[in-house]
Design a binder for this molecule. Structure first.
Ligand SMILES: Nc1ncnc2c1ncn2[C@@H]1O[C@H](COP(=O)(O)OP(=O)(O)O)[C@@H](O)[C@H]1O
Ligand SMILES: [Mg+2]
Length: 158
């Protein structure tokens, strides 16, 4: 019998960008090929800071910057890292039609900023990283998943 998928979450507070990056780097130790992490939060919440830290945790040597104008940037690390930013996408469905989330990413980890723009097109198997707070405020970072296979991220954060 397959148990009914229960959503589980944990909340971590970070007081500075370094703390957000450190948390993300720790989570990267749990990363496996094919993982999808959705970074959700307002402009300036810290989604790109999270991506930078995650990349460091994956052993990426390049500095991760905002891929806003290219939609996706690929980095080489322990696993390939695909950093996607859907902010400027005119029609989020184009992202799927254009192969933005495709089988290539099964070899690595996809971090998607503004992933909520994909709506129902998002697979259930994913980790949501929901960041609240802007400016100098501490950030409330909620790690949430409905897939038991992603529980390892919550454990890595604890
Ligand atoms: N606790 C924190 N976590 C992350 N970023 C923070 C934090 N406190 C302040 N900041 C600042 O907030 C900004 C977040 O920017 P960025 O990561 O580009 O946001 P986003 O990608 O969500 O638009 C950075 O200038 C960062 O220095
Ligand atoms: Mg960003």
């Amino acid at each position: 019998m397959v148990p009914h998928a229960a959503t589980t979450e944990i909340v971590v507070m970070t007081a500075a960008p370094e703390a957000t990056r450190t948390l993300a780097a720790r989570l990267a130790s749990a990363a496996r090929p094919g993982d999808l992490l959705c970074l959700i939060g307002d402009l300036g919440a810290g989604k790109t800071q999270f991506a930078k830290g995650f990349a460091v945790g994956l052993g990426v040597d390049d500095v991760v910057s905002s891929p806003t104008f290219v939609l996706m940037t690929e980095y080489v690390g322990r696993l390939p890292l695909f950093h996607v930013d859907l902010y400027r996408l005119a029609d989020a469905s184009d992202a799927l039609a254009g192969g933005l989330l495709d089988e290539r990413q099964l070899a690595g980890v996809a971090l998607v900023e503004w992933a909520e723009r994909l709506g129902d097109a998002l697979p259930v198997s994913r980790l949501d990283v929901v960041i609240d707070g802007t400016g100098d405020e501490p950030r409330r970072i909620c790690l949430r998943t409905a897939d038991a296979g992603y529980q390892r991220y919550l454990e890595a954060a604890a």
